[in-house]
Design a protein around this ligand. Structure first.
Ligand SMILES: [Zn+2]
Length: 87
């Protein structure tokens, strides 16, 4: 897309912040501390050049998943970012 790595990181940070804020009023099932930990882990993956690669299967995480869950460490097939709703 012609973005520099610094621009990519800045954009990703904004996407993550927006995703967290958008979920803040809806999803009380996740501890904010856990959410922050996942974001920090995602930022670390960016620094290491592993961002967008599934932690489980090693395939690329789809753009749709990253847009909805910028901090997701797995692809939609491995799907740990979307646990089934509590019964
Ligand atoms: Zn996967």
């Amino acid at each position: 897309m012609g973005l520099t790595p610094a621009e990519t990181r800045a954009r990703t940070r904004l996407l993550m912040r927006r995703a967290v804020l958008s979920r803040a009023g809806q999803d009380r099932s996740e501890d904010p501390e856990a959410e922050l930990t996942r974001i920090e882990a995602a930022l670390r993956r960016i620094e290491e050049g592993r961002y967008g690669i599934c932690d489980v299967c090693g395939q690329a995480i789809g753009a749709q998943v990253l847009l909805a869950h910028p901090d997701s460490p797995v692809c939609s097939a491995c799907g740990r970012d979307d646990p089934p709703p509590a019964a």
